[in-house]
Design a protein around this ligand. Structure first.
Ligand SMILES: [Zn+2]
Length: 169
């Protein structure tokens, strides 16, 4: 694949597809969210992980507390310490309003990774150009990709800095 593009996502390092207005990660994330909202019974169970993995890979503008919460959420979900419903409730409690999550001036800690083995572009459906509408719409395959993505986000963060106490209430 020719690498004529020099633009990369500031958060996750994903490249822009040639001529695309946004990095490939954004398109992948939008595609996953669309599936999870369109067919919540099938695709929704991993929605909290999709959102948390995305936020962790795009940390600028988020408060340290928000980043801590996303990180703990991924760990708790992957380790089976919290059910999907619990994770949703926790998010609702912590993030009452967007003002508490977003801080335009906030930048991630200097050690925060800027390149990741798996980005949202990789985690989304591998082939969205297919004419076959069933491609990329297998819930089990979707869940598998999101879980792998979240696990790699966690491992990348843990390599960069030891995990904070994820069990803190
Ligand atoms: Zn990105």
């Amino acid at each position: 694949m020719p690498d004529a593009t020099s633009e990369r996502c500031r958060g996750c390092g994903a490249a822009h597809a040639a001529g695309a207005p946004a990095p490939a990660c954004r398109a992948g994330f939008d595609r996953m969210l669309a599936l999870e909202f369109e067919l919540p019974a099938a695709f929704g169970p991993v929605h909290h992980l999709t959102v948390a993995a995305w936020q962790l890979q795009h940390p600028d503008g988020q408060t340290p507390a928000a980043l801590h919460t996303w990180r703990a959420m991924v760990a708790d979900a992957l380790d089976g310490r919290a059910t999907t419903d619990e994770l949703r409730r926790r998010t609702g409690r912590r993030f009452v309003g967007p003002a508490r999550v977003r801080d335009a001036a906030a930048v991630a800690p200097p050690w925060w990774p800027r390149r990741w083995p798996i980005t949202a572009a990789d985690a989304a459906s591998p082939d969205d150009s297919s004419d076959d509408p069933s491609v990329g719409r297998d819930p089990a395959a979707h869940a598998h990709r999101v879980l792998q993505w979240a696990a790699s986000v966690r491992a990348t963060l843990d390599r960069a800095a030891p995990p904070p106490d994820a069990r803190r209430p």
